[in-house]
Design a protein around this ligand. Sequence first.
Ligand code: XLS
Ligand code: NI
Ligand code: NI
Length: 451
Amino acid sequence: QRIIYLSSTSVYGEDVAYFEKISEIQFEGEISNNPLSFKYYDENKIVLSKTMKEHLRFATCYWHSFTWPGLDPFGGPTLNRPWMKSGNTMEMAELKLEEAFDFFSKITTPYFCFHDRDISPEGETYAETQKNFFHIIDLMEKKMSQTGVKLLWGTANAFSHKRFMAGASTNPDPEVFAYAAAQVKDCMNATNRLGGENYVLWGGREGYETILNTNMKIEMENLARFLELVVNHKHKIGFKGQILLEPKPHEPTKHQYDFDSASCLALIRKAGLENEIKLNIEVNHATLSGHNFEHEIAYAISNNVLGSIDINRGDTLLGWDTDQFPNNAHDLLMPFYYIFSNGGLKQGGLNFDAKIRRQSIDPEDLFYAHIGGMDVAARVLLAVEKMINDKILPKYVDDRYSNWNNELGTFIHDKNNDLESIASKVINENLEPKPKSGQQELLENILNKYL
Ligand code: XLS
Ligand code: NI
Ligand code: NI
């Protein structure tokens, strides 16, 4: 059921379907040799009392998969997509929408995510940009109801255009702040209209290159003000989704205020919005910040700010955001264990903020990439189910902290006590802590059996 859009026929002379040769991807199981089938992701399979589809909540992303043309710092586009042939025009935007929804349906991710600038081009003025955007949003609303594909989150791109070269909400020029505010307002309204379950803020250039020209205090106060405006707008329009902040340590800017989960939480607290904003944690951003993914997940869960996940991976030999599709089960095991033993993704999901390599130029490559990512996540979910049911890890952890339930633990937390009364216990009761093994190798060996 292809929608009739303004003008693609005038560009091609026919109705072109880029993914025409590929049909909907089916679960065929481990025995199948068909590369265009799922080996582990069986969307209706029940795991931990819900279907895989309900747990994993996969989303395809519009930007890396449909907007990025294969550029790298040394070379131009390699991906010769029909919707890129005549530049960033409205005709191309309509065609891209058509092809993107064809892909979403065939790969069977129940969700997608987009930036405002992925789906429609900028005009000469903001008013024209806005008109372009809402024209595509109208068509998108139709495609969503035709296909049943839902929106995990929307976001505004306030980092690509040169007006944002010194940041968006942290720009020294308030006109840039206002411009970003206009974009975010429109994108939140669109996300709300499309029934999006979250709205993401990724800073992009909310940081600085050199302190020589930077007033950090003003920049951080303005960023906090921006967060406050976003939350107020959410309530004004009655948006039911979660507002999420996405940490990233650097790239594009050298120092980013949203460096990691902890820095983001500090910003959220600076704005007094700890009950309003959660985090969208990305694997490759975690590793670039010098943490691993499980640390970022555990930090967010421990502080009740886990919102959603951008699921990709980096390359240990390359020091930048390679945004590759996940394919390493070991790296996902502990993060998924934390997530699914703490209530799962809830309103969040697993967004493939991941791109194929620039040499992967065939239509099938985009399918292989997503199939691999979905299969590895499904495999890890199955392993996590066993881990949770076996209850081995909690036994070790609970045991390690069990003395906190005893008299001394209670005494320390009693607000009537102070450093002096605690210290006097050491002398009066002759306390002499006995070191205990952390048993790391034993626990690592236990993990192995689940993979
Ligand atoms: C870039 C970010 C970006 C956000 C959305 O590194 O991951 O893709 O997810 O703006
Ligand atoms: Ni991301
Ligand atoms: Ni990334």
